[in-house]
Design a protein around this ligand. Structure first.
Ligand code: ADP
Ligand code: ZN
Length: 604
């Protein structure tokens, strides 16, 4: 099989992403590689495809047990013979896996770096024909990286013990020069081919909302998100506990994660989120390492992180499947104080007074750079990329700065219409549904409740949806309306809501307008999508997927991810042949799941 065949047959993808093909070619030509790609950039297939094409067995060294587990589960779903050897296996399981490895049953073995130092593993490696060694999260070898793992420095020792030096490829998402040099040197890479992908994640939309009432903004936001997969990052554990509680009593599908929870609870909550049993994860930055759930649609920061590195790493967890996803930072002035406090109290006691002073200065600088992001009036994407040393021409059209007119305008007239609409429909509906009414959208909900009969149905259809949403936000923020959390988040009006427009009672908004239409690929895809996408078929396919996931005990996205289902909805395949043309449908999955999905589409 050629690399294209493997991509097609096993992974079910139609084309390579930028950089992938070159990296694979170099590895196949037995050249060492160092690849720097952002989170979600598609590193895995860069080493998985060569692993499948080389003779013998490939080793993937990975620092995270959860990640190994997920990767192997995903590969097995695709019919690949893969396994992992780490401390999560019981003695007996380990011995069994080892025995199968000796029988050369695996093409890919994931292994924790600590294993490489054990005699039993070295023996196995000498016995097997190790064609290729991939070092994932290679920055762990550097003290300058953010997750130094001493056992990574033992990798070259291990390589020397092998009868024949395998091809070595190192992958990371960390790009600083110092770390790059460290990786090359410490891993003893031989004149490696170096690939650096752009850090731009084109499918992410960046937004900053500054407010003195982040809580109200957040509640409103969450009630509009529906059941999309979402992470809400908080600065403190206390905030996590508080928000999770608030969302839970309002019947949102929510769970939480921070270092203060018992290990079992943490594990359970994490799994609930990954498997899609819970849609919203409220967490501190302790959550996320080694999580590669591809269908996270929203990353909301309830509070500003302490530096751009953390921020970009956290938002990088959104939209790994390539679908449009939003990263929203809610900023409140108190965030500065909390971060300053955390910096001052978080510096290691082991440092000398002078060193502490230096570290503190550095961290305060980083904090200021982060704050400048929050107040940045120019393209946010440009700001981020230039921070990471990449040039971007600005005006990306996909961030809140690029989307909004700078000036506030008086939106009171619109706000009055919104108030009238809320009153007219009996103060019974959430802002999400009020938006549908004002925009004149027919949804299952508006149809069921005959909302199109309201005289306000479509009353603000000329405004962009984001602006209508902003108006409702403002009603809540300025206490003209309250979210009735005991009642499906219905918007209730306060007495002075009817005073809007009189004297000082103005609602100011910053209407979203697209500055300039950029003709690009995603626009045409988007148009096709709008014309052929049927949400209720999607819902059906998601249900089928959920049942299969339950039956096979895997996360839903490992059956097919959202991007794959979406393509099925748009293309409506009728035969197995057509099904195979859908991105993400490889031979193994076609055989295993194809019929059920074809049947569902046919019956629809
Ligand atoms: P990384 O490890 O770099 O964070 P992954 O390897 O997990 O990223 O890839 C992110 C997502 O993109 C995964 O869901 C993966 O299946 C998908 N993907 C990778 N390469 C392709 C491709 N060529 N075509 C379509 N999807 C891809
Ligand atoms: Zn922009």
């Amino acid at each position: 099989m050629t690399k294209n065949d493997v991509l097609r047959e096993i992974f079910g993808y139609t084309s390579f992403r930028k950089g992938q093909e070159e990296i694979i070619d170099k590895i196949l030509n037995r050249k060492d590689v160092m690849a720097i790609m952002p989170t979600g950039g598609g590193k895995s297939i860069c080493y998985q495809i060569p692993s499948l094409m080389f003779e013998g067995t490939a080793l993937v060294i990975s620092p995270l047990i959860s990640l190994m587990h997920d990767q192997v589960m995903g590969l097995v779903q695709m019919g690949v013979k893969a396994a992992y050897l780490n401390s999560s296996l019981s003695e007996k399981q380990y011995r069994q896996a080892l025995a199968r490895a000796y029988r050369r049953e695996f093409k890919i073995i994931y292994v924790a770096p600590e294993r490489l130092e054990t005699e039993s593993f070295v023996k196995l490696a000498e016995y097997l024909d190790i064609s290729f060694v991939c070092v994932d999260e290679a920055h762990c070898i550097s003290q300058w990286g953010h997750d130094f793992r001493p056992s990574y420095t033992k990798i070259p020792n291990f390589l020397e013990k092998l009868p024949k030096r395998p091809v070595v490829a190192a992958f990371t998402a960390t790009a600083t020069q110092r770390v790059k040099e460290d990786i090359k040197e410490k891993l003893t890479l031989k004149d490696p081919y170096v690939h650096t992908s752009s850090f731009d994640r084109e499918n992410l939309f960046f937004e900053v909302k500054r407010s003195y009432d982040s809580e109200a903004v957040l509640m409103n936001l969450v009630s509009q998100i529906g059941n999309e997969s979402t992470i809400i990052y908080c600065i403190t554990r206390k905030d996590v506990d508080m928000l999770e509680y608030m969302l839970r009593i309002k019947n949102f599908s929510v769970t939480k994660y921070h270092a203060g929870l018992e290990i079992d609870e943490r594990k359970q909550n994490q799994e609930d989120f990954i498997f899609g049993r819970k849609n919203i994860m409220v967490a501190t930055n302790a959550f996320g390492m080694g999580i590669d759930k591809p269908d996270i649609r929203y990353i909301i920061h309830y509070g500003m992180p302490k530096n751009m590195e953390s921020y970009y790493q956290e938002v990088g967890r959104a939209g790994r499947d390539g679908l449009e996803s939003k990263c929203i930072l809610l900023y409140n002035d108190r965030d500065m104080h909390i971060n300053k406090f955390l910096i001052e109290n978080g510096i290691s006691e082991e440092l000398s007074a002078k060193e502490r002073e230096l570290v503190k200065k550095e961290e305060m600088n980083k904090l200021r750079t982060m704050r400048n992001y929050v107040f940045c009036e120019d393209c946010l994407r440009s700001y981020i990329l230039s921070y990471f040393g990449e040039h971007h021409s600005g005006n990306c059209g996909k961030c809140s700065s690029c989307m909004e007119q700078r000036e506030f305008v008086d939106g009171s007239a619109y706000a009055k219409v919104a108030v009238a609409c809320i009153a007219d429909t009996g103060e019974r509906f959430s802002s999400k549904n009020i938006i549908s009414v004002l925009k004149g959208e027919h949804t299952d909900f508006t149809d069921t409740w005959h909302l199109s009969d309201s005289q306000y149905f479509g009353a603000l259809s000329d405004l962009p949806k984001d602006t209508v949403s902003e108006i409702l936000d403002k009603l809540v923020i300025h206490a003209y309306a309250t979210v009735d959390t005991k009642n499906y988040n219905a918007l209730k009006l306060n007495a002075h809501a009817f005073q809007i427009g009189r004297q000082e009672q103005k609602i100011l908004i910053k209407p979203f307008v697209k500055k300039e239409k950029r003709a690009n690929r995603s626009e045409t895809v988007y148009t096709i999508y709008l014309n052929h996408y049927d949400p209720s078929l999607m819902e059906k396919l998601k249900n089928v997927r959920a049942e299969l996931a339950k039956k096979y005990g895997v996360p839903a996205f490992m059956i097919f991810n959202d991007a794959t289902l979406r393509e099925m909805v748009i293309k409506r395949p009728k035969t197995a042949e057509q099904m195979k043309d859908i991105s993400g449908v490889g031979s193994a999955k076609l055989k295993k799941y194809g019929d059920v999905f074809l049947e569902t589409i046919k019956n629809y």
